[in-house]
Design a protein around this ligand. Structure first.
Ligand code: DON
Length: 304
């Protein structure tokens, strides 16, 4: 399979469709981005990198970072973690608070904001300097010092963080939050404000296509069984209330972010990151989703 030709074809076809969406503006600083940017990077399990368009340009990875933070606590907390956060799709938007009340402070999954806050809280219990641990970990996975936290985005998230702050207080009222709220929110906003290129992001996801072994870090990051479980969570919960549609159209485990990025894996073959800032009404990148749909159509295989 000529992956370079494949992603170039996908790129051209998506560009020709002239799809439109809306750049996220509820975090004002994320809105300050050229909406026409579009890049794809694919990394195979030998470490070969294929790229097209704006694949080397860093962008705000936002909720995609929730896969990295989950991976970090998965190893540390393992079964204890799953009493604090569930593994069911929510069918609700990423920042919804509704289920949290009638499900007694146990978030549906680690990728909705409530669940990701529990994970970040767990990281704050484990590490003295959690944000340094997170950036070091992702740099290691990408095999490069590539992660930067954008301070303007971080502050913008904090200044418009009413929803996340409410979620954190709600979790605390159910005793599912152990550290000071401001401390955890600062780490959460910082990891959402990390910037990486499609190339580095795809590299950092490579271990999930490779039974937990990162060829860039040259070590087993998760066991094979843990790695399968992270992929199962991405497939069922990675796109919030669009997870079913993504599985239906694309058929790969993946994770989106409101910066317009999507990272996905084809187990035992490759990892891929696609970025374009304009989003659909569910908060997922219009062009990235279309590109991945075309990609699995052309390959004629997916997870299924
Ligand atoms: O907490 C938030 O709302 C953002 N920092 C992240 C949301 C996000 O990326 C949802 N994904 N599509």
């Amino acid at each position: 399979m000529d992956y370079q030709q494949l992603i170039e074809e996908v790129y051209q076809e998506v560009q020709a469709e002239n799809l439109k969406g809306k750049v996220a503006d509820y975090i004002p600083e994320i809105g300050n981005v050229n909406p026409d940017q579009f890049g794809i990077a694919l990394v195979d399990l030998k470490g070969n990198v294929y790229g097209v368009g704006d694949h080397q340009k860093p962008f705000s990875i936002q909720s995609i970072s929730k896969v990295h933070t989950l991976t970090m606590v998965f190893n540390v907390f393992n079964s204890k973690l799953w009493s604090r956060v569930n593994v069911e799709p929510s069918g609700d938007p990423f920042n919804s608070i509704a289920q949290l009340e009638y499900e007694k402070g146990i978030p549906r999954n680690p990728f909705i904001n409530a669940g990701a806050l529990v994970i970040t809280d767990a990281l704050c219990s484990k590490f003295e300097h959690p944000i340094n641990e997170i950036t070091d970990f992702i740099n290691e996975l990408a095999g490069a010092t590539c992660v930067k936290i954008n301070p303007e985005v971080q502050i913008s998230e904090k200044n418009h963080g009413e929803r996340n702050t409410a979620l954190a207080y709600f979790l605390k009222s159910f005793k599912n939050f152990n550290n000071p709220i401001d401390e955890v929110l600062d780490v959460y906003f910082s990891h959402c404000a990390m910037e990486m290129s499609c190339v580095d992001l795809a590299k950092s996801f490579s271990f999930l296509a490779n039974d937990g072994y990162s060829i860039f870090a040259d070590r087993l990051v998760l066991t094979e069984s843990q790695s399968r479980r992270v992929n199962a969570l991405m497939l069922t919960c990675g796109f919030y209330d669009e997870a079913g549609e993504f599985a239906f159209k694309v058929g790969l485990p993946g994770k989106s972010g409101v910066g317009g990025g999507v990272a996905a894996v084809m187990p035992h073959k490759f990892s891929i990151a696609v970025w374009s800032p304009e989003l659909n009404e569910k908060g997922n990148s219009v062009k990235a989703i279309r590109a991945l749909e075309l990609l699995t159509d052309k390959l004629a295989f997916s997870l299924f």
